[in-house]
Design a protein around this ligand. Sequence first.
Ligand code: GDP
Length: 362
Amino acid sequence: GMKVGIVGLPNVGKSTVFNSLTKAGAAEAQNYPFTTIDPNLGVAAVPDERLDALARVMESRKVVPATVDFVDIAGLVRGASRGEGLGNQFLGNIRECEAIAHVVRCFEDENVIHVDGKVDPVGDIETINTELLLADLSTTERRLERVGRAAKSGDAKLKAEAAELAGLVEHLSDGNPARTYPRSEVMAEALGTLITAKPTLYVANVDEESVADGNRYSAEVEKLAAREGAEAVRLSARLEAEIAELPEEESREYLEMLGVESTGFEGFIRAAYKLLGLITFFTAGEKESRAWTVREGSTARSAAGRIHSDMERGFIAAEVAHWEGLVDAGSWAKAREAAKARLEGRDYVVSDGDTMIVRFNV
Ligand code: GDP
């Protein structure tokens, strides 16, 4: 699945975020056949009102949301890039993720020790980012050495890559993430292995009282994210953990008292989903309504392959209706009558919110 790594200094609330995300996700995705393989790997359901609406009109017996996998990457400390703590192992875990959620402490609490003695979100972010940059720098220097040696054969492509790698070493040494280095074809492979090339979402973990309006710490995080061209969301991990223990009615009252509609957790999952360049299409019927995840730009045939490899292999056509058209019509038959459903071929590019019936040869 799509994997998002949760990083941050110790004691900033990573585990609390991870637990509340995946606990809520597990509750929502009761029907989803996943097992927790690893205590640090969890599955979160993507909240989606469109899916709920489809399931209602179809009177679906089962509703299956899209999911995002989260990995709790604990133990990233100052010196990790030099192998301190369990440094190298953790950096390896981050490399396997497609995106990074960087949790930042934006709450004061004298009972929760801060590793550097004070609440300082920008300083914390710099500490973590420095380790990630140093890890990427050493990866890039090693690659430059190897490619530079091979380029002595006179191969033009290798020479071009060596020149670009030297530029990237300089870029990283100046403290810039690989994300902001110009992408070219010769660099695609090199950039694909770098941590700071991954899309990053900053998560400002605030106290209960600051969910509605934020505080001075979360404002600093939002400013930094804007500067870096990264995304930022605000949530309260502890509030989320408390809410998860309450009955529905009480949790709603509690949120109302705090002046918010949700704990911020839904916004977080949606932002992570968007960050990965993913879109959703649906299948909807009496038996089941389900949300499927594909990359933006996917064709109908490859989308069919998400459902079943037989559907991709034997693909004939897809019957497509926008979710809203189908909900308005009330059924596939009525959507056809109202010309709200149409037939599309294998190369049709799927849009976010499409509902599909795949016709295929077995
Ligand atoms: P991690 O080391 O980054 O995984 O941090 P944890 O999730 O274990 O949290 C560290 C401590 O901070 C725990 O005692 C949490 O209960 C507490 N904590 C987490 N979020 C908040 C919050 O928003 N406010 C307060 N006051 N404490 C929090």
